[in-house]
Design a protein around this ligand. Structure first.
Ligand SMILES: [Fe+2]
Length: 200
């Protein structure tokens, strides 16, 4: 039985995400030499090793959570179409996480389109699977899209998480498991709840 998104609380969301990593982390990441859990854990681990802020570490850890949104139950009975995983991921997280995290999730695909348009060396380093999906995702951004993207409030964090997304595809890398990062994830939830209380 899957929990309804509405039954999750700031006290249960962190463990619930952990149970997704535990149960489904070994699912295939299409066309890549790592599974989904390894992919997200590698990004978070690389961020931690490089002393990046917790919001970047958690953003990398959760950026592909949208691949598992069936875990969060149905949002609306009218919702019959499959959404893009980046939008779906941001949607399930936005009740619990600061916008910097949800923006890193929501825009990680757009960030690839941005970087391909603005940094030629970036395109050359993309994995084969990533080049393939780029074409399905609309190809590199045009000038107007580039300008709009650079104006996003969390632009720098979005780009940082995108680089971690691309880095987290190493067949041989050892990482800690999700539970190593869980206290950090909880701190992000607490920060969001605190900010909401303060603005209420
Ligand atoms: Fe990814």
């Amino acid at each position: 039985m899957k929990p309804d998104i509405d039954s999750l609380t700031p006290a249960t969301i962190v463990d619930f995400i952990g149970s997704i990593f535990d149960r489904r982390g070994d699912e295939e990441y299409l066309g890549e030499p790592v599974n989904m859990g390894q992919h997200m854990l590698q990004g978070a681990t690389i961020a931690e090793q490089n002393d990046q802020p917790e919001e970047i570490i958690v953003g990398a850890l959760l950026h592909d959570i949208g691949h598992f949104t069936s875990e969060f139950g149905t949002f609306a009975m009218t919702d019959t179409e499959d959404r893009h995983h980046e939008d779906a991921g941001a949607e399930v997280l936005e009740r619990f996480f600061p916008s910097v995290i949800t923006d890193c999730v929501r825009y990680h695909v757009a960030a690839k389109r941005y970087l391909c348009a603005t940094r030629p060396e970036y395109f050359r380093r993309l994995s084969e699977a990533s080049v393939h999906s780029l074409n399905l995702q609309g190809g590199p951004m045009d000038q107007g899209e580039v300008a709009a993207f650079e104006a996003l409030p969390n632009f720098e964090q979005i780009i940082a998480v995108r680089y971690l997304d691309d880095a987290g595809k190493r067949p041989d890398m050892k990482t800690p498991d999700y539970w190593h990062f869980a206290p950090m994830v909880q701190r992000m939830v607490d920060r969001h709840m605190e900010a909401q209380r303060a603005s209420a």
